[in-house]
Design a protein around this ligand. Structure first.
Ligand SMILES: Nc1ncnc2c1ncn2[C@@H]1O[C@H](COP(=O)(O)OP(=O)(O)OP(=O)(O)O)[C@@H](O)[C@H]1O
Length: 226
């Protein structure tokens, strides 16, 4: 049965606007993420997608409204144990190799014995074995994005929040990579929310969330979608 992982009610977020006022970025957003959900978060640049992902992942707090993680336990355990986050900008640790970057969340969680094996398996799954010993500075932007996705998957989280994870890949590589991610997640119950400008990626998801000027509309595209 589906488990509710995250519930957001009436979420608002505003920021200082550099003068005396504030800019409203999210307005009265209601949403929930269930286990196994496949959600595309789409909308124009600057509409608030990254801001929402950060709040859903506990990286930022809303100015108004409530957010809870009923299926993910205490706030302190959210990341990296239960939520894997793939950031829009490169976020690999520069002094660690690609394989070590993937292993790191598992090592932090005390899962030392399986960390190296899991990293090797994920590199193999994504056809990135030859990058194992490379440092982030030796990777292309698209290679770094795929390593960052492997890192988010490594620990077996319940939810992955990915911010434009294929933004630096050509469209063919993006499709192949995304298909591999989806088949890796099949039957795991892991929920996936992807903010994307890539319509082909968005079309593979069961649910579409559209953000416009900080307001979110939800649309189920397949029967039984979360
Ligand atoms: N910390 C901040 N301080 C001030 N303004 C911010 C802050 N973070 C985001 N914003 C503003 O919030 C708005 C929404 O930004 P956000 O990054 O969430 O959009 P987005 O939909 O993810 O855009 P893109 O598709 O280009 O990544 C933008 O106008 C941005 O300048």
């Amino acid at each position: 049965m589906d488990e509710t992982l995250v519930v957001a009610s009436g979420i608002g977020r505003d920021f200082p606007d550099g003068t005396a006022g504030r800019t409203t970025v999210l307005r009265d957003v209601d949403c929930a993420i269930n286990s196994g959900a496949r959600i595309a978060l789409v909308g124009p640049s600057g509409s608030g997608k990254t801001t929402l992902l950060h709040i859903l992942g506990g990286l930022d707090r809303p100015t108004n409204g409530q957010i809870e993680w009923p299926g993910l336990g205490p706030f302190e355990d959210l990341r990296p144990r239960w939520i894997g986050f793939v950031f829009q900008s490169p976020s690999l640790f520069p002094a660690l190799t690609a394989a070590q970057n993937i292993s790191l969340p598992m090592i932090l969680a005390g899962e030392l014995s399986s960390a190296d094996r899991t990293a090797a398996l994920l590199l193999d799954t994504f056809g990135l074995d030859e990058l194992a010993d490379k440092l982030p500075e030796e990777l292309s932007g698209g290679q770094a994005q795929r390593i960052a996705m492997a890192r988010a998957l490594a620990i077996g989280p319940k939810l992955i929040l990915a911010d434009e994870p294929t933004g630096q890949l050509d469209s063919v590589t993006a499709q192949l990579f995304f298909d591999t991610v989806l088949s890796h997640l099949e039957n795991t119950g892991i929920a996936l929310v992807v903010a994307t400008h890539d319509e082909a990626v968005a079309a593979r998801m069961a649910t579409r969330w559209t953000m416009e000027h900080g307001r979110l509309t939800l649309q189920s595209l397949q029967t039984g979608a979360s």
